[in-house]
Design a protein around this ligand. Structure first.
Ligand SMILES: Nc1nc2c(ncn2[C@@H]2O[C@H](COP(=O)(O)OP(=O)(O)O)[C@@H](O)[C@H]2O)c(=O)[nH]1
Ligand SMILES: [Mg+2]
Ligand SMILES: [Zn+2]
Length: 315
């Protein structure tokens, strides 16, 4: 029996990168494999750790799929309760943002961070295009936004794919991890990936979301091992290429749960008078007090209220 990582799925075939040999093997799932629960349509997803056995014909049979640390899903169809696992065992979500060209709103950043929290995926915020911050006002604006996320408890990186500044730190941050990059089109995701791994040769300035295969893919996620420039080659690092964050969107949760996905609110919400406090109109609310005292950033709180409104509109 060998162990490996599922890097691609097509129909009933799974492409597995074997830990020891480093070879990529085409595998099928053992015939009598039973899904635990029936909420998910696919038994094996990209990112899964599996045990498999090679057969005489050179193909493999997957016997076991290890429990997932986390995973992102999308609904199988719009109305169905069944979900399709897009990818699993993600170590880090890098939210790529820019303050100019284009301007990323904190509302957008917060939605991605909430999604990551809900999926139990550690996240960081990467501000790209810092070479454009010559103007002191722009610089000050960036410092302010960066502080919001540092104070909330997220690692914040300030980089430039163009000049290479901060790229070493980005490489140290992702080395040895399975990483998902996300952010608006045009923020420089492709340029950043080329900077951390020049061999990728991704096209920059393409409208479609980046794809490591060089063409736009819509349905399946895929994992790519990357060689980081300037880093310990023994650490295997993987990039996840997904159909895009919109596809996996928000997880289902209630207004009462949302504050648990804001780390700075999570730290104080136990002091609210009501256990099911939504931190809006309720009296003796520790979150509102922390906002008033300047301990929780007012813009984050504002975005929190917007997300709650969105949940209620959908319900
Ligand atoms: N000034 C500057 N421009 C950048 C930087 N990174 C990317 N760009 C430019 O931003 C545009 C979009 O980059 P791209 O990587 O395609 O963005 P993506 O849509 O997120 O993949 C291109 O014209 C890049 O040349 C940077 O650090 N500084
Ligand atoms: Mg791109
Ligand atoms: Zn409260």
């Amino acid at each position: 029996m060998q162990e490996g990582l599922v890097i691609r799925t097509t129909g009933s075939w799974y492409r597995v990168l074997a830990d020891e040999s480093g070879k990529v093997e085409d595998c099928r799932l053992r015939g009598n494999y039973r899904l635990r629960g029936n909420k998910q349509t696919n038994p094996v997803a990209v990112g899964d750790r599996v045990q498999f056995e090679l057969q005489d014909d050179g193909t493999g049979v997957i016997h076991e799929v290890a429990d997932r640390r986390n995973y992102i899903v999308r609904r199988a169809t719009k109305l169905s309760k069944q979900t399709h696992v897009i990818a699993s065992n993600i170590d880090l979500l890098c939210v790529v943002a820019t303050l100019g060209l284009p301007r990323t709103s904190t509302g957008f950043i917060d939605r991605l961070l909430v999604t990551a929290e809900a999926y139990h995926i550690p996240a960081c915020v990467v501000f790209n295009k810092c070479d454009l911050l010559q103007d002191p006002d722009l610089r000050a604006a960036q410092d302010e936004v960066a502080a919001i996320y540092r104070d909330a408890g997220y690692p914040v990186l300030e980089v430039s794919a163009l000049t290479g500044s901060g790229i070493d730190e980005l490489i140290r941050t992702i080395a040895g991890k399975t990483v998902l990059f996300s952010g608006h089109s045009g923020v420089g995701k492709s340029a950043l990936l080329n900077a951390i791994s020049p061999g990728l040769g991704l096209k920059v300035g393409q409208i479609s979301d980046w794809s490591l295969k060089g063409k736009h893919t819509t349905t399946f996620a895929e994992i790519f091992p990357v060689q980081l420039s300037n880093s310990d080659s023994r650490l295997s690092t993987f990039l996840i290429d997904t159909p895009g964050i919109k596809e996996f969107g928000m997880v289902d949760f209630t207004p009462q749960e949302l504050s648990h996905f804001f780390p700075e609110m999570r730290r104080v919400l136990h002091d609210c008078h009501f256990a099911n406090c939504t931190h809006r109109h309720e009296p003796q609310c520790a979150v509102k007090k922390a906002v008033d005292d300047g301990l929780i950033n007012a813009e984050r709180y504002h975005n929190y209220l917007n997300i709650i409104e969105g949940i209620e509109d959908e319900a």
